[in-house]
Write a protein that binds this ligand. Structure first.
Ligand SMILES: [Zn+2]
Length: 207
């Protein structure tokens, strides 16, 4: 759902993944060693060392989310590749309370807040997954998920994902007011929310 968590935790997550990927190949090992030496060189000054490779724990998407391969809103995203994509999809959990779900712009896996997973309403999680899977597809197509040129609600990749989720929200019987409530997130102000509401084809409620 959000690009927000990437602004706060995402860069850390991405750099973990990037560093882990550097583990392949002799040349990169040498450059890692060089980095280590550079760190060691700074030791006398600060008296600390930093191990720069953190493991990212990934779980199969299907261990947590069952039956999504049968949902039309998901099948329309991936077409004939639906089963394959969901079988291969991985999930990483983070315990940060703020932020909900996102897709890694490094390798396209899902990131989910354990707090959100445990406490949010079922249909919110359902719609978030429908939304995030659009980002998974966008990532597969090589599209840029996090685009600093745009505000969150104006990012074309977000608008596409939100439109898709809103269509599904209507199909499962949610009323417009409920959908607008679903679209509200802490990091967007009223103007941005109204732009998003309009972008997904809903009417901004009159006060
Ligand atoms: Zn999104």
């Amino acid at each position: 759902m959000s690009q927000f968590e990437f602004k706060t935790t995402g860069s850390a997550v991405s750099s973990y993944i990037k560093n882990e990927n550097q583990g392949v190949g002799l040349e990169s090992k040498i450059s890692l060693l060089k980095n280590d030496l550079e760190q060691v060189a700074q030791l006398p000054k600060l008296g600390v060392s930093i191990r720069r490779i953190g493991d990212v724990k990934l779980y199969p998407f299907t261990d947590f989310f069952k039956g999504f391969e049968k949902v039309d809103a998901v099948r329309s995203t991936f077409g004939g590749k639906t089963d394959e994509v969901l079988e291969d999809l991985k999930v990483e959990f983070f315990s940060f309370k703020y932020g909900y779900m996102a897709v890694s712009d490094v390798d396209g896996h899902l990131l989910i807040s354990t707090h959100h997973l445990k406490n949010s309403e079922f249909r919110v999680l359902y719609l978030d997954i429908v939304h995030e899977l659009v980002h998974v597809k966008q990532f597969m197509e090589g599209r840029k998920l996090f685009n600093p040129e745009f505000e969150y609600v104006d990012n074309p990749t977000e608008i596409e994902a939100y439109r898709h989720a809103v269509k599904e929200a209507k199909r499962i019987g949610m009323r417009d007011e409920e959908i607008i409530e679903y679209l509200k997130v802490e990091w967007i102000d009223e103007d941005s929310l109204n732009r998003l509401v309009t972008s997904v084809g809903l009417k901004v409620p009159q006060k």
